[in-house]
Structures are given as C-alpha cells and as structure tokens.
Ligand binder design. Structure first.
Ligand SMILES: Cc1cc2nc3c(=O)[nH]c(=O)nc-3n(C[C@H](O)[C@H](O)[C@H](O)COP(=O)(O)O)c2cc1C
Length: 188
C-alpha cells in the first residue's frame, strides 16, 4: 500500500465517514415500564479510570427521553451475526414497536442498572450518567461504565463499523505492534 496519494476535496460534513470510530453498538434503555433499543455509532472513549464513554443520542429518538430520565443505559456490542438486527433497530422507533420482540432479541437483567442487557451481543456495558452538562447543547451524554460483561471468545469479535450511506466495514485482520509501544501505554 502506498503512503501518499492524490487527495480530493471532501465536503466537511462527510468527514464523519472517515472518523466515525465504531464499533456500532446497540444501546438499551428503560424508564417507567418502557424499554427500548437503538443503534449507535457516535460514541467515544473519554477516560479509562473511571471508565467514561461519551455519546450522542438525537433528541428526536425515543431512546433520548428514556436515557435522560433514567440517567442509565446499557451499551451492547453486536457482531456481524446481528447485522440485520442492527440495521432494523436503527431504522425503527421504539415509540411504535417493541424492538426486543420484533427482532427476537433476549433481554436479560443487568446488575447495576434498570436497562436490560441483550443476551445475543458479544459484550454488555452497564452505564450510569456521569455528566449531563452537554445534553441540552449537543445531545451528548457522558456515561460511566459501572459493570462490564464480555464473552470469553472470540478474542477479536467481527464488529460492524459504519461508513455512512448504509455501508459497514467489518473488523478483520489483526496486527500487533506491542514491541514498539512504551510499556505505560500497554497497561490498560
Ligand atoms: C448504523 C447506524 C448508526 C446510528 N448511530 C446513531 C447515533 O450514534 N446516535 C443517534 O442518535 N442515532 C443513531 N442512529 C439512528 C437511530 O438508531 C435511529 O434513529 C433509531 O430509530 C432510534 O430508535 P428509537 O427512536 O427507538 O430510540 C444510527 C442508525 C444506524 C442505522
């Protein structure tokens, strides 16, 4: 692969296609007897101790009020085995359908939050709102992960990474550069 190539101008609104980190996750929420699932790509790690994750939940989404009012959620990590469910859940509203029933997913009780885990996902991260200062301005929620459940295998799950326009990349080839890292950067 070459290290340099001719570049074209890109409309800045499309930059997200290159930087959107992925993996795509399924966020579950619950409040007042209602529960829901939404597909999410706009999330970012902010700190590891405490374990902080920031993410954008559009105010028009049914999930927005469930998460804002309960101040909790679960971030569930699907693999390619759930590709159709990821797309379906991201294109339907929990205001109209019970997505657990519609997409045949199994809710499991979480340990620290009311929102359910999705059993079919590779990992489930229980989260409590750590800072809501940016919700009104940016729909940006800062969560602390308070409990994490992960499958033992596979070690590198085939996760989905969204590139816009209905197209996903799939996590694949694994490479290691451990020997070139400063030890301090490898501890976590
Ligand atoms: C691949 C993909 C990624 C998405 N990422 C986000 C996101 O990061 N934030 C968001 O608010 N909506 C995102 N959406 C849209 C929501 O999943 C969609 O609006 C969904 O219908 C919301 O469900 P709800 O209304 O039941 O909460 C994404 C959808 C797809 C398909």
């Amino acid at each position: 692969m070459t290290r340099r190539s001719e570049k074209i101008d890109l409309p800045v609104a499309k930059v997200r296609r290159y930087l959107e980190p992925g993996p795509i996750v399924l966020m579950t929420s619950a409040f007042g007897g209602a529960r829901n699932i939404m597909t999410m790509g706009w999330h970012t790690v902010m700190e590891f101790t405490p374990s902080l994750i920031g993410c954008v939940i559009a105010a028009g989404n049914h999930s927005f009020e469930l998460v804002r009012k309960s101040r909790e959620c679960v971030i569930n990590l699907p693999t390619t085995a759930l590709t159709d469910e990821v797309v379906g859940i991201g294109n339907t509203s929990g205001a109209e359908v019970d997505k657990f029933a519609k997409f045949a997913l199994t809710p499991q009780p979480a340990r620290r939050v009311a929102a359910p885990l999705i059993r079919e996902c590779h990992a489930n991260f229980e989260c409590k709102l750590a800072d809501g200062a940016l919700i009104d301005k940016y729909n940006f929620f800062i969560f602390e992960v308070v409990k994490a459940h992960v499958a033992r295998t596979p070690r590198h799950p085939r996760t989905l990474h969204y590139t816009g326009d209905g197209v996903f990349m799939v996590a694949g080839k694994i490479i290691s550069r451990r020997r070139q890292f400063r030890p301090a950067l490898l501890s976590e």
